[in-house]
Ligand binder design. Structure first.
Ligand SMILES: Nc1ncnc2c1ncn2[C@@H]1O[C@H](COP(=O)(O)OP(=O)(O)OP(=O)(O)O)[C@@H](O)[C@H]1O
Length: 513
């Protein structure tokens, strides 16, 4: 993807494409941004990192004109930002590609690119010229080398394709400054490399990126400059090459102790106990074949595989989000009705779904309500949830999972992304599950919070749960007693604890020694 000639960006070096000065933003008693100043230079990839709740999303929201700050100013190319209501003017200066798609699923790619846009070619009658619309969309995507059929409904796009379409849409509005909010969170290794290659080539053409990620390795791989935020404040901005990882983590956490790897020191599972989870001969044509695995009480087992391995589908069948065509799932000796989440929960499953926006949380409910959604029968008689008990469980979740919140009654919509993920984990744990199934459990959580979440999973195993961690994040898999590897829908190998990164990645990519 290179900038087409007629759209070549103005590449004045070292000019701030965007700048914020002394921005303060409060939500009630919470100070989300405290006098934050930041300049983003033209043609760089600028990382924005910080722990969950540090204020990154709020800053992006101010920088894209979605949230007016309480005080402070925003500038683009040295000029004051447009009036908040002038969306078109904002869109021509800055765009954000969010983790959650802003594309309308039922509309075609072409419609998503051009509907509601001025200059849309209408016929005399006021009707839209669909041919013209498709042609324009095709030309646009061709110009940015995005190989997607503009006629298909957007819901059929992969995450990778959707991101490219959103980037192309941003560029077509004239913006040469793009914010990528955790773009790699839902991509597999190959797609991440392709995204980085595109970012590099767009950077060469003068496009500037603000890149938000909790994967610090990615900061070193693709970014030129890094800004660290902590507790609503700007801490440091530095060339990436001049800030090593220990210093970066110290800036994020405010501690000088550096990076702590998750502990891998767990006791061996007890022998001879009945399985917490038994999966036998599971099959879903075109997705996975003949998957059998057992997780003993007290055991933590990883289920790994790269994109297209089918691992998520296996996890979703176990928790009742999908139905397999062949095979069975047993939880503590009980066989829940296939394809039913309530049945799986009743049988003793606790789970963290991959997509917390879709299956995870009810945004308007409080932390305590969300954390206890699955267990009303345990909280009071006749299904009524005792509010005191619920608040206590909410407070306990805040404490054990270090959720950054005003209190258990705060709605989850007011939490940062990483803290919402912790509430999903709290909900999975609160029912004291027999089988705990965690799908990409640390997506979007910061480096320290990862330890907390994985520690909580290990603690559940110590209490007797069988834990299945479905993930391709090596940090998630490190605390596992063993890791089962799926490749193209089949179990290809199992590696015992003590694996090397190389060994596991090779297995996930289908490379056999
Ligand atoms: N709409 C809101 N109402 C109340 N509080 C909010 C709202 N939006 C954000 N906050 C609070 O502002 C603070 C900063 O949150 P923000 O989402 O900007 O953090 P973040 O750095 O993006 O975190 P993460 O990495 O977890 O996404 C948090 O304490 C959060 O709870």
């Amino acid at each position: 993807m290179t900038v087409p000639e007629n759209a070549a960006a103005d590449r004045t070096p070292l000019r701030p494409v965007a700048a914020v000065h002394a921005i303060t933003k409060r939500f009630g008693v919470t100070v989300a941004l405290d006098e934050v100043s930041l300049e983003v230079t033209g043609g760089e990839v600028h990382a924005l990192v910080g722990r969950n709740g540090a204020g990154k999303s709020t800053l992006v929201s101010v920088l894209t004109g979605l949230t007016p700050p309480d005080s402070g100013t925003v500038e683009f190319g040295g000029e004051p930002a447009p009036a908040i209501a002038d969306r078109e003017a904002w869109r021509s200066r800055v765009a954000c590609v969010y983790q959650k798609s802003t594309i309308i699923p039922s509309l075609s790619v072409a419609e998503n690119l051009f509907l509601n846009r001025q200059g849309l070619n209408r016929q005399g009658s006021g009707l839209i010229s669909w041919d013209g619309l498709r042609r324009k969309a095709r030309n646009l995507l061709d110009a940015w080398e995005v190989d997607v059929d503009v006629r298909v409904p957007a819901e059929r796009l992969t995450v990778e394709q959707r991101q490219l379409v959103e980037i192309a849409r941003a560029l077509s509005h004239g913006s040469r400054f793009i914010v990528l909010d955790e773009p790699t969170a839902q991509l597999d290794g190959g797609a991440i490399e392709r995204l980085f290659a595109r970012m590099r080539s767009l950077r060469e053409s003068g496009v500037t990126f603000l890149f938000i990620s909790h994967h610090l390795d990615e900061v070193y791989e693709v970014c030129d400059t890094v800004t660290v935020m902590r507790d609503a404040r700007h801490i440091v901005t530095s060339p990436v090459a001049e800030l090593d990882k220990t210093a970066l983590v110290a800036a994020m956490t405010g501690e000088a102790t550096g990076l702590i790897e998750p502990s891998s020191d767990r006791s061996a599972p007890p022998e001879g106990s009945a399985p917490a989870l038994q999966v036998s001969g599971l099959g879903l044509p075109g997705v996975f074949t003949d998957v059998s695995l057992t997780v003993a009480p007290g055991e933590v087992v990883g289920l790994a595989g790269s994109g297209g391995s089918g691992k998520m589908a296996v996890g979703e069948v176990i928790v009742g989000l999908r139905r397999a065509v062949q095979g069975t799932v047993e939880v503590g000796g009980v066989r829940p009705r296939p394809g039913s989440v309530p049945a799986a929960l009743r049988a003793g499953v606790g789970f963290v779904p991959q997509d917390r926006h879709r299956e995870g949380l009810v945004p308007d409910l409080s932390i305590a309500e969300n954390a206890t959604l699955t267990v009303p029968h345990r909280l009071g008689r006749f299904g009524f949830v005792g509010s005191r008990r619920r608040a206590a469980l909410g407070a306990e979740a805040i404490e054990t999972l270090t959720i950054k919140a005003a209190g258990p009654e705060q709605p989850v919509s007011a939490l940062s992304g990483g803290n919402q993920q912790k509430v999903v984990m709290a909900r999975a744990l609160v029912s004291d599950p027999t089988a705990l199934v965690l799908m990409q459990p640390t997506a979007g959580v910061d480096v320290r919070a990862k330890e907390t979440l994985l520690g909580a999973a290990s603690a559940a195993a110590d209490r007797g749960a069988g834990v299945l961690v479905v993930s391709d994040d090596l940090d998630d898999l490190r605390p596992c007693d063993r890791v089962i590897v799926l490749f193209k829908g089949e179990i290809v190998t199992e590696v015992a604890r003590g694996w090397t990164d190389h060994e596991l990645i090779a297995a996930m990519e289908g490379i056999r020694d």
